[in-house]
Design a protein around this ligand. Structure first.
Ligand code: AMP
Length: 345
């Protein structure tokens, strides 16, 4: 096993070999989910004890209408498996099947302060986007996320850059718990094999790829080849630099970042050189990028379609995953109740 690498080092005396992460079933998986999270899941499942979940309870904080929830849960399961997550190697389950999460969430809520929750960037963003639904679940989202992670006493959490602050909060809650009730939990740390957490930008040059916002500038695994080509060809560019070796504008930097995810070294070097000597032709670059994206994404889409058609298999994955995750959760909760002092006989 490789020595664990993480963006910040665990200081706690109890680092585990356990990994935990989740994805909300709020829409179709996209390139950001893959490079921010799933790519690491697939590698980590070979080296660590892994728990990955479909975060259906989290989705209720922003998506109270559950009419598409079941279909979305199945899609997220199928798309993760199509990307290489192996339910025989990792425990892969649905968050709502593990009731112990709600109990731990309750205890952790007593250790989380209103002021720090209100300052969370994702809370402020979501409150701005949905002023009609600023619910307590949204405010305490980082607490529920902490419960998900530490329910398995995980140390490593493969996530994208947008989750950095939540992991920092998780460490605060864990340290408060350990300080008050004894050393029960290891500190959880955001993890990426390449050290730096990743943010896959949107094709329009602003924001990030996302399941539920930014649809035209997000590449979904469910997009057909033509949709992928169309979206890439619409990506924001300009007439090219007029001075040699100039600094790339943000939206061009983003396109180069997307190329680094799917194009060969040769292709990237060619366009870097073309940019630096002002001969770059963005139409040609985008055609190349579109074809490389199609080649990367289309086999995953085809696999996901086959898996989605096999409902019995997906049910079996969920049932087996729930059973394994419950065993782990029950073990932890026994320790937690005793540590808190909730053992009267
Ligand atoms: P979500 O789609 O918000 O449930 O996030 C699931 C996982 O994908 C989390 O680990 C996120 O950090 C990661 N993720 C989502 N969008 C992006 C993105 N544009 N770039 C990198 N990682 C992302």
């Amino acid at each position: 096993m490789n020595a664990p690498q993480h963006t910040t080092s665990p200081k706690n005396t109890l680092p585990s070999n356990i990994v935990m992460s989740g994805i909300r079933p709020t829409g179709m998986l996209h390139l950001g989910n893959y490079f921010g999270a799933i790519q690491n899941y697939v590698r980590m499942q070979e080296e660590y004890e892994c728990f990955f979940m479909v975060a259906d309870l989290h989705s209720l904080t922003t998506h109270p209408d559950t009419s598409t929830l079941k279909a979305n849960v199945k899609r997220v399961l199928a798309e993760n498996i199509a990307c290489g997550l192996d339910p025989n190697k990792a425990t892969f389950y649905c968050q709502s099947h593990i009731h112990e999460t709600a109990e731990l969430y309750l205890y952790l809520n007593m250790l989380a302060y209103k002021g720090e929750l209100e300052k969370t960037v994702t809370f402020k963003d979501k409150a701005r986007q949905h002023p009609e639904n600023i619910n307590a679940g949204l405010l305490t989202y980082p607490v529920l996320q902490t419960a998900d992670i530490i329910l398995h006493r995980a140390s490593y959490v493969p996530v994208g850059k947008d989750q950095e602050q939540h992991l920092e909060m998780a460490r605060n809650f864990v340290n408060r718990f350990n300080h008050r009730y004894g050393e029960v939990f290891p500190e959880p740390h955001a993890f990426n094999y390449n050290q730096e957490l990743i943010k896959v930008p949107g094709l329009d040059g602003t924001g990030k790829m996302s399941k539920s916002e930014n649809n035209m500038s997000t590449l979904y695994f469910a997009d057909d080849d033509d949709a992928i080509r169309k979206k890439v060809m619409k990506a924001k560019t300009d007439n090219g630099p007029t001075e040699k070796n100039s600094i790339k504008p943000d939206y061009i930097e983003n396109i180069f970042m997307l190329m680094k995810l799917v194009c060969s070294e040769d292709v990237i070097s060619k366009y870097e050189a073309d940019f630096n000597n002002c001969t770059i032709r963005y139409g040609e670059l985008k055609k190349q990028l579109a074809e490389d994206m199609v080649n990367f994404m289309s086999p995953i889409r085809q696999k996901a379609t086959d898996i989605l058609a096999n409902d019995a298999y997906l049910t079996e994955v969920m049932q087996k995953g729930a059973q394994k995750a419950q065993e782990s959760a029950q073990k932890t909760m026994k320790i937690v109740r005793e540590a808190i002092g909730l053992n009267y006989f």
